[in-house]
Ligand binder design. Structure first.
Ligand code: DX5
Ligand code: ZN
Length: 219
């Protein structure tokens, strides 16, 4: 089953002094989703934005807010991000004691749920979650910062997860995050990804370049 590629620009590489305008600009430039990286300085060595900022950004675009939580413990913040306007809420299984319960919680709020695998995290944890999740996000860098180099060993993981998803018959997006640019995007797609996060490669050159940058990622 061939799906259309979804491009989800990470606003981590946007101009934080003008986030509302930046979101409008990538929306008009033709992005599909908007990827919001939430970091707590504890689960990952960087601090970014919280639910109040997501809420403030919500009126600036009708596109899907793809919220990537890099926070631990994660459970106590799910409601706040759902209320703020997240459409998809993804979390790392290491960020809570009961990932299945976290998925149930996200779904009970009417949101889509995603599981994020770090480069060193095995795909084994997906076995008993696959019937309930809407998205699997493979990190192709260690989480925490934009502008890192794509880790090629993750391509085998993407291939294995693509086979799992196809065998499940469920409608699950397979997203890749980290070091995606015009040269690595085709590798991720060839391995089976259908959704690409890109920060540096989207925002490079400023607003006049966003449309061409996004188009370049679609191949
Ligand atoms: C890293 C974040 C990514 C990051 C991607 O922890 O999850 O979304 O912003 O940035 P680039 O595309 O620059 O690698
Ligand atoms: Zn991310």
């Amino acid at each position: 089953m061939t799906k259309e590629i979804i491009i989800s620009p990470s606003i981590l590489s946007a101009d934080f002094a003008k986030l509302g305008e930046e979101i409008q600009a990538i929306d008009e430039a033709g992005c599909d989703w908007i990827h919001v990286d939430v970091m707590d300085g504890h689960f990952v060595p960087n601090i970014t934005i919280g639910p109040a900022v997501v809420k403030a950004l919500r009126p600036h675009s009708d596109k899907i807010f793809d919220v990537h939580l890099m926070i631990s413990p994660v459970d106590q913040y799910i409601d706040a991000f759902a209320d703020a306007g997240a459409d998809i809420i993804s979390f790392h299984p290491e960020a809570g004691a009961h990932p299945h319960r976290t998925v149930q919680h996200i779904k009970s709020l009417g949101k889509k749920a995603g599981i994020v695998l770090n480069p060193a995290t095995s795909l084994d944890c997906l076995e008993y979650l696959i019937d309930d999740i809407d998205l699997i996000l493979v990190m192709s860098v260690n989480p925490g910062f934009g502008g890192q180099k794509f880790i090629h060993s993750q391509l085998d993981k993407i291939r294995a997860i693509r086979a799992m998803i196809d065998a499940s018959g469920r409608d699950i997006r397979l997203e890749v995050d980290g070091g995606i640019d015009q040269s690595t995007a085709p590798l991720a797609i060839e391995a089976g990804a259908d959704t690409l996060v890109a920060g540096t490669a989207t925002f490079r050159g400023g607003p006049d370049h966003y449309a061409e940058n996004i188009k370049g990622l679609r191949g």
